[in-house]
Design a protein around this ligand. Structure first.
Ligand SMILES: Nc1ncnc2c1ncn2[C@@H]1O[C@H](COP(=O)(O)OP(=O)(O)OP(=O)(O)O)[C@@H](O)[C@H]1O
Length: 760
């Protein structure tokens, strides 16, 4: 046996560790605190941050970022109207702001008074100070204040609390997915600290059920199974998917698209929630954390989902879920309830004991009232002055109870010590007749223990190549669906015919040279805009799925990136190829198969360059509007500096360098060389810049017009040749792809928990 104690955690909060299937089951956490930087909650302006930074550099203080000022810990405890004492000593001003803002959202009058049955202790002391409850550093806002609890194996534990109470933050901490990691406290899972192996056993169903919209339910589950389950044959994996579909009663929608709920119609809201659970259930997790699995569902469907969770708990799994407004029918299905208010526990224990506890502290639930509604109303009850005396009293009451009854800072598990032995078949737990047997709990844990010991050795469930193949196949289905949309097809076919008609069968004479050059330039510009914006919109669409899957440790970012590149490259080249087949021959561009093939090749590179730049922009800038603006500016700059509208001669000398930055210029020059190299064009009666008959070139006309004359007129560096331009485009593609990869890795979708998270 060992102990897990983190710095800043009082020794009494040590939780025994027994890393065996027979050790204490479930999740235990004690004195968990969670702080987020003040700037994250209050978002001071850049100017304020800059000012703060400058003052700090000058050594003049400045009150931290955004000017947070701590209320001294020894500051006065606020008396409340009923004589109880409000524990505000450990709140920063940011806390107070959060507290009062959440008050402002709740009812404005205090209409819940203590009932007559039992009087609460005359004056409940404030939360007992403990090291983990110490004030957060000045620049932080404390979201969770020393939260302790137990979610025993084989039981359904429900987190309740008003909006902003910290339910999601607690779940994120337990799942190791919080943005900043816990700042203090301990947690153990089946008696052991969190480890890589646990990450595989722990399923986290996030509130937003994020899926690739163009996959069916079965495909979605099959791809997850392929990525997250190791060592099964294809038949075994399919059997697992089928059994999960059956377990979650998804047979009727097995072949329905997931959809996105906006443009693409797919499964219903309730089905989507169940697919979300099914997706996590595939790995046969011992522990499931669910954030609002019933949000947006009607009461009957919500009850079905909760019943499902009940049955999963009865199989021996540890289930913790947050719920917004459970019905009284649901209450019957819960084993334990943990009530949170502004980051503090006000009750944690058997669901069936909650009412008697509230009665014992002076808040009896009215007859025929939904107890959960009653609890939540108590916690949102606000006095006329904005204070929350009831909440404060409940917090203080629970803190006192914790201090006196559970020296380890751990609430006794409902119905026993949580080791599973007390959960005999037909055991009465929290007033509910349980069906979970100690054997079921032990069987689940033994099975998972042995399989996960092997998993411990590996960072990812399947090897890199399998990851690439699986993600590639999935991306292909997704992109194929998008690309083959008839609207997109229509756009390309229409534009290619339009172009073919506008530039129809250009004569090979000087008179049409300008049109020929403008057509080549137009093609480059058109195939820069379309892919640039397609890429800019791709990350916002794919990012959430990537983030979710990377957070569960399903695959490497490099596998995603390589798969995306391999699959999307040929798919993205479909449109330029289609366009060229129609427009090239209709317009009468160089009638040679070699020139045609080279034209398609160079145009493809232009498309890939625009895609790579767009990908980099969307991977770096999260704000889609800003990404759009940056994308437009980039293409516009590339267009203006592309060599058609302005060139080195017309540009002011100090800005000539922008020409070199225009990727369109390289594509344009390469295509122009392909078009005119080695060709001559008979002069027409009206002189043009190409024959040197116009001012600025030569007074003597040179007939016929040669390719060199065209290069001169257009300032094309022909010594660079087609392949020189191709080389530059390839360089742009590589540079921006690598930059996009690094940006994704370091800026947004790293699955790695923060250092703080690793420490606990
Ligand atoms: N990373 C963060 N940055 C800034 N504020 C945060 C962060 N994480 C949580 N918070 C704040 O912490 C508080 C608790 O948030 P949390 O999402 O945990 O509440 P919740 O109980 O799940 O609410 P809801 O029921 O509305 O989902 C909120 O006021 C939220 O704004």
């Amino acid at each position: 046996m060992a102990s897990v104690v983190t710095p800043g955690t009082p020794p009494h909060a040590a939780v025994p560790v027994d890393d065996t299937p027979d050790g204490p089951g479930g999740i235990r956490f004690a004195n968990l605190t969670y702080d987020v930087p003040f700037s994250a909650t209050n978002a001071p302006s850049r100017v304020a941050r800059l000012r703060s930074w400058a003052l700090a550099k000058l050594g003049r203080g400045g009150g931290g970022v955004g000017g947070a000022v701590s209320v001294p810990r020894s500051g006065p405890l606020l008396p409340t109207h009923d004589g109880a004492v409000a524990a505000t000593a450990d709140m920063t001003t940011a806390d107070s702001a959060r507290s009062s803002s959440s008050s402002a959202c709740s009812s404005s009058s205090s209409n819940l008074s203590p009932g007559p049955t039992k009087q609460p202790p005359a004056a409940v002391p404030a939360t007992a100070p403990s090291p983990s409850d110490a004030p957060a550093p000045e620049a932080n806002t404390r979201i969770l204040h020393g939260v302790s609890g137990v979610a025993p194996a084989g039981q359904l534990t429900v987190l309740l609390g008003p909006s902003g109470a910290g339910k999601t933050s607690l779940l994120n901490l337990l799942a190791g997915r919080s943005q900043y990691g816990p700042s203090g406290g301990t947690m153990t899972f089946d008696g052991a600290p969190r480890s890589r192996r646990l990450r595989r056993q722990l399923a986290y169903c996030m509130q937003d059920d994020i899926f690739s919209p163009r996959l069916t339910v079965t495909e979605t589950l099959q791809f997850t199974a392929r990525l997250r389950i190791r060592g099964l044959s294809r038949a075994e994996r399919d059997a697992r998917v089928t059994s999960v579909i059956k377990q979650l009663r998804l047979e009727a929608c097995a072949d329905t698209l997931m959809g996105d709920g906006v443009v693409l119609k797919g499964v219903s809201g309730g089905e989507r929630k169940r697919v979300n659970i099914a997706n996590e259930l595939l790995t046969d997790p011992s522990t499931m954390l669910l954030d609002e699995p019933t949000s947006g569902l009607d009461s009957a469907t919500a009850l079905t989902v909760v019943k499902l969770l009940r049955s999963l708990a009865d199989e021996g799994r540890t289930i913790i879920t947050t719920l917004h407004q459970p019905s009284s029918q649901m209450l019957e299905l819960f084993d334990n309830i943990m009530l949170l208010s502004l980051g503090r526990v006000v009750y944690s224990g058997a669901a069936a004991d909650a009412l008697s506890y509230f009665e014992s502290v002076g808040f009896p639930c009215p007859v025929n009232y939904n107890p959960c509604d009653f609890f939540l109303q108590l916690l949102t009850d606000t006095a006329a002055d904005g204070s929350q005396p009831v909440t404060r009293r409940l917090e203080a009451g629970w803190a006192e109870r914790e201090a006196t009854t559970a020296p380890a800072g751990v609430v006794p598990a409902a119905g026993g010590n949580g080791d599973g032995d007390t959960l005999g078949g037909g055991d009465v737990r929290g007033g509910r007749l349980t069906t979970t047997s100690a054997g079921a709990v032990r069987a689940v844990r033994k099975r998972l223990h042995s399989s996960s010991v092997q998993a411990e050795q590996r960072k990812y469930p399947v090897n890199w190549w399998t990851q690439v193949m699986t993600i590639g196949k999935r991306s292909f289905i997704q992109r194929r669906g998008e690309l083959l949309e008839w609207v997109q097809m229509l756009q390309i076919v229409a534009v290619s015919f339009l172009v073919g008609i506008m530039w129809f069968q250009l004569e090979q004479v000087e008179r049409t040279l300008d049109e020929r050059v403008s057509l080549v330039f137009f093609i480059c510009v058109f195939f820069s805009f379309i892919p640039m914006f397609s890429a800019i919109f791709s990350m916002p669409a794919e990012g959430p799925v990537l983030h979710k899957e990377r957070s569960s440790g399903a695959y490497r970012l490099s596998a995603f990136f390589v798969a995306k590149t391999i699959v999307e490259t040929p798919v993205e080249l479909l449109y330029p190829t289609l366009f060229t087949i129609v427009a090239y021959w209709m317009a009468g561009l160089r009638a040679s198969v070699g020139a045609f093939v080279l034209h398609v090749f160079v145009l493809s590179l232009v498309v890939l360059t625009a895609l790579s730049i767009g990908l980099f922009v969307s991977a770096t800038v999260r704000n889609i509007k800003l990404a759009q603006v940056l994308g437009s500016l980039t293409v516009l700059l590339a267009l203006l500096a592309g060599g058609y509208y302005v060139n080195n001669k017309t540009l002011p000398s100090w800005i000539v360098w922008v020409n070199a930055l225009s990727f369109i210029k390289y594509g344009f020059e390469a295509l122009l060389i392909i078009e005119v190299r080695g060709r001559t064009f008979p002069c027409s009666t009206v002189p043009t810049i190409y024959s040197g008959g116009l001012a600025g070139t030569s007074t003597v006309r040179q007939c016929p017009v040669t390719d060199e004359a065209i290069y001169r007129a257009r300032e094309v560096a022909d010594e660079f040749g087609v392949w020189g331009n191709v080389g530059v485009l390839l360089l742009w593609i590589v540079v921006f792809r690598v930059a996009a990869y690094l940006s994704l890795k370091w800026l947004h979708v790293s699955h790695k928990p923060s250092r703080r998270a690793k420490a606990v």
